[in-house]
Design a protein around this ligand. Structure first.
Ligand code: DGL
Length: 267
């Protein structure tokens, strides 16, 4: 079982930002990543639909014999976690919201903490709940930023259009003087430079990827499932447009994805 892969699931390519941190933290592990590119975005869809899609997508990963599942998608983490835990027990499942809330509180124990995310994550109040559960008095502000996902998926990560979209969402949030800003969506880390420039130097940007990697490592160590030895090859599954996945996915993963390593799957 130690040699089994870690499954990483996202609605599209954005979760590759999480896989990047996982690969950096655990170079001996092999990963199988599934991006549900045919049905992205999840962030604008209802909770029932996202849950149904997430269970179908994770079934495809489970068929490939994974030892742990990382739900890299914030929207799916926010609404589908109970269903995933129930459907695939006893598979260990790590989501991105709890580690994100912990990273935010480590960066700003008193807050206010602002969270930017998809409409679905904001509607589910997932970050707010996770932060309040750990620090009930810390003020939490939320803002949905629906246009940022398509921009990042287009590979548009800087320039006038990007700045306009970020101003549109952040200006009113920034007036409320948050101390930390959580990038509560898989796609936002690639827009980090533009977001940081507009947010200004006084706000700490929080990205949960590194904290998720630590949580995964801790869980594998606890279960005696950490792999040692030389690096293993990684696999990529996409439900649509495998070539595009390889091309744009590189922006998120930060390294080359050979087009031949992306398999098209039908859920
Ligand atoms: N993966 C989603 C998330 O992190 C963003 C993309 C989408 O809306 O599907 O919330």
């Amino acid at each position: 079982m130690k040699d089994a892969a870690i499954g990483v699931f996202d609605s599209g390519m954005g979760g590759l930002t999480v896989m990047r941190a996982l690969m950096a933290g655990m170079p001996s592990e092999s990963f199988v990543y599934l991006g549900d590119t045919a049905r992205l975005p999840y962030g604008t869809k209802g909770a029932d639909t996202v849950t149904r899609y997430a269970v179908q997508a994770v079934s495809a990963l489970v068929k490939r014999k994974i030892k742990l599942l990382v739900v890299a998608c914030n929207t799916a983490s926010g609404v589908a976690l109970p269903a995933l835990n129930e459907a695939f027990a006893p598979l260990p499942v790590i989501d991105v919201i709890a580690p994100g809330a912990e990273a935010a509180l480590a960066a700003s124990p008193q807050g206010p903490i602002a969270v930017i995310a998809t409409e679905g994550t904001v509607r589910a109040g997932a970050y707010e709940r996770a932060i309040r559960a750990r620090a009930p008095k810390v003020p939490v502000l939320q803002q949905a930023c629906p246009l940022l996902v398509p921009l990042a998926e287009e590979g548009l990560i800087e320039g006038a259009i990007v700045d306009l979209a970020i101003h549109r969402y952040l200006d009113s949030l920034l007036e409320r003087a948050p101390a930390a800003l959580v990038l509560g969506c898989t796609h936002y880390p690639v827009l980090r430079d533009a977001i940081a420039r507009i947010a200004g130097p006084d706000i700490v940007l929080v990205d949960s990827a590194a904290t998720v990697a630590l949580a995964v490592e801790r869980r594998l160590a606890q279960d005696g499932l950490l792999r040692e030895g030389p690096p293993m090859p990684h696999r990529f599954l996409a439900t649509d447009a495998a070539k595009r996945f390889a091309r744009i996915g590189e922006i998120f993963l930060g390294q080359r994805i050979a087009p031949g390593s992306v398999e098209l799957v039908d859920l």
